[in-house]
Design a protein around this ligand. Structure first.
Ligand SMILES: Nc1ncnc2c1ncn2[C@@H]1O[C@H](COP(=O)(O)OP(=O)(O)OP(=O)(O)O)[C@@H](O)[C@H]1O
Ligand SMILES: [Mg+2]
Length: 300
């Protein structure tokens, strides 16, 4: 694999908080990777360290086999941060020209317009007068201005309307097709599923899952079989079967979670527990994701 980003045992602690805890992963050329996780999971901290804006408390980060802050590395990276800040006093065109001039091989203004949906009117506007969504578009254009090989976005679609969002992902896919490496953070599973080839699932500063969207979904989307049963009936026999992941009671129903519901049905009859009104439910993906990332577990 042609390694573009590598983190080895990276930890970041603030005074009273370990924001990122012993994280290791590598990202290869051309990958589109989502850093997925709920608020406070450590996404921005990880991205800031990859960008060289924050220094790890421990561990090592390499980009293109170099330190993140080296000039030859910086020229190959484009980024759009969670907090958009634009230079006041300058018109959008002036900002784009200024930033482009820092790079050895920039994209032209025309190309940036096509890729980001900035309009000619936007170009003539002073940055501080742009709306939130227009600022995001400018920030997207600035990320692409240097024709980067590695593009890193922190929560890129927050504040974008549907049209801007679609255009954004269309451009990202276009970039990926050109062999660019793309990393973005999000707390929407659906967005990660739609746009990424790989998901790094963060929880409490650690990577709790790393795989394709299909792999992550199969891990977090469990099916369940539920039924009524005599409250006196012991369910202990069911626990002995390894196919059953979890059993809990809710509102007089028993819920059994498993990736193999056919087998659960067999077991229910085989163990003669007198189940009535049996239903099979596919776990809702977002709910399962919440459950996995909040750490909450249903009591039996
Ligand atoms: N400068 C800081 N000083 C102290 N604690 C911090 C600092 N920056 C982040 N943290 C803490 O580290 C944890 C991870 O924060 P981080 O911003 O990386 O989360 P995130 O996954 O990006 O969340 P969000 O989805 O809200 O953007 C949080 O508990 C946060 O309060
Ligand atoms: Mg963040």
């Amino acid at each position: 694999m042609n390694k573009i980003v590598s983190l080895t045992n990276v930890t970041k602690s603030f005074q009273h908080k370990t924001a990122v805890n012993d994280v290791s992963f590598t990202i290869g050329k051309g990958e589109v990777v989502a850093i997925l996780g709920p608020n406070g999971a450590g996404k921005t901290t990880t991205i800031s360290m990859i960008l060289g804006l924050l220094k790890p408390s421990a561990g090592e980060i390499k980009l293109f086999n170099h330190q993140p802050h080296e000039k030859q590395v910086r020229e190959k990276i484009g980024t759009m941060l969670q907090e958009v800040s634009v230079m006041p006093g300058l018109k959008v065109r002036e900002i784009l020209e200024l930033i482009s001039s820092y790079y050895p091989n920039p994209l032209g203004i025309q190309q940036l317009i096509e890729l980001t949906g900035l309009t000619n009117q936007d170009l003539k506007t002073r940055a501080e007068k742009l709306s939130g969504g227009q600022k995001r578009r400018l920030s997207f254009a600035l990320a692409l201005a240097g024709n980067p090989e590695l593009i890193i976005f922190d929560e890129p679609t927050v504040g974008m309307d549907i049209t801007s969002r679609n255009r954004f992902w269309q451009t990202v896919h276009q970039m990926a097709a050109q062999g660019k490496t793309i990393i973005f953070s999000t707390h929407y599973l659906q967005e990660a599923d739609d746009a990424a080839g790989r998901i790094l699932l963060f929880k409490d500063g650690a990577v709790v899952a790393d795989g394709t969207p299909a792999q992550i979904k199969s891990r977090i989307s469990k099916q369940s079989v539920s039924f009524f049963v005599d409250p006196e009936m012991s369910l202990e026999k069911l626990y002995l079967h390894s196919e059953i992941d979890d059993i809990y009671r809710k509102n007089n129903r028993v819920y059994i979670q498993s990736s193999n519901t056919d087998r659960v049905l067999e077991l229910i009859f085989q163990e003669k527990i007198g189940a009535r009104d049996i239903q099979i439910e596919r776990g809702k993906l977002e709910e399962a994701f919440e459950q996995l990332t909040s750490g909450a577990k249903e009591a039996i």
